[in-house]
Write a protein that binds this ligand. Sequence first.
Ligand SMILES: Nc1nc2c(ncn2[C@@H]2O[C@H](COP(=O)(O)OP(=O)(O)OP(=O)(O)O)[C@@H](O)[C@H]2O)c(=O)[nH]1
Ligand SMILES: [Mg+2]
Length: 140
Amino acid sequence: MKRLLLIGRSGCGKTTLTQALRGERVTYRKTQSIAYDDLLIDTPGEYLENHDLGCALALYAYEADVVGLLLAADDEYSLYPPNITCLVNREVVGIVTKIDKADPARAENWLRLSGCKTVFHVNSHTGEGVDQLVSHLKTK
Ligand SMILES: Nc1nc2c(ncn2[C@@H]2O[C@H](COP(=O)(O)OP(=O)(O)OP(=O)(O)O)[C@@H](O)[C@H]2O)c(=O)[nH]1
Ligand SMILES: [Mg+2]
């Protein structure tokens, strides 16, 4: 499986998605530092929210095969500038989290404006949409 780097603001659901992808029980655990293994790189939301730390995200992209930009369905704004995906030479996919909340379509639209050609919709509590993301990561 390709290694996925997860980027998104604090609380958007990155760590919960890693638990769903691994089939683990979902429990809240604040990410304090970048967590790294063969399949997933989970980052603290502060890296996206702080300009200086944000530079580290660009470097971690080179450790990944696929970069995932996460946006929760109930986020009221997006931190991603238009066409930001061109900053890395990796595939960048959009991932709308918390699709049990409003408004997944708006979040998808913001991710597409940021340059994501492929956008997944997931609910990490029920597992909805997680299989499609796994299938994508398994494609050669
Ligand atoms: N309703 C709903 N809540 C979710 C979903 N995914 C995550 N959450 C909740 O959102 C909260 C934050 O989730 P985390 O996975 O810790 O968020 P994070 O992006 O890792 O946050 P940081 O570690 O601070 O960067 C938790 O209370 C989760 O249970 C979802 O699909 N639906
Ligand atoms: Mg986390």
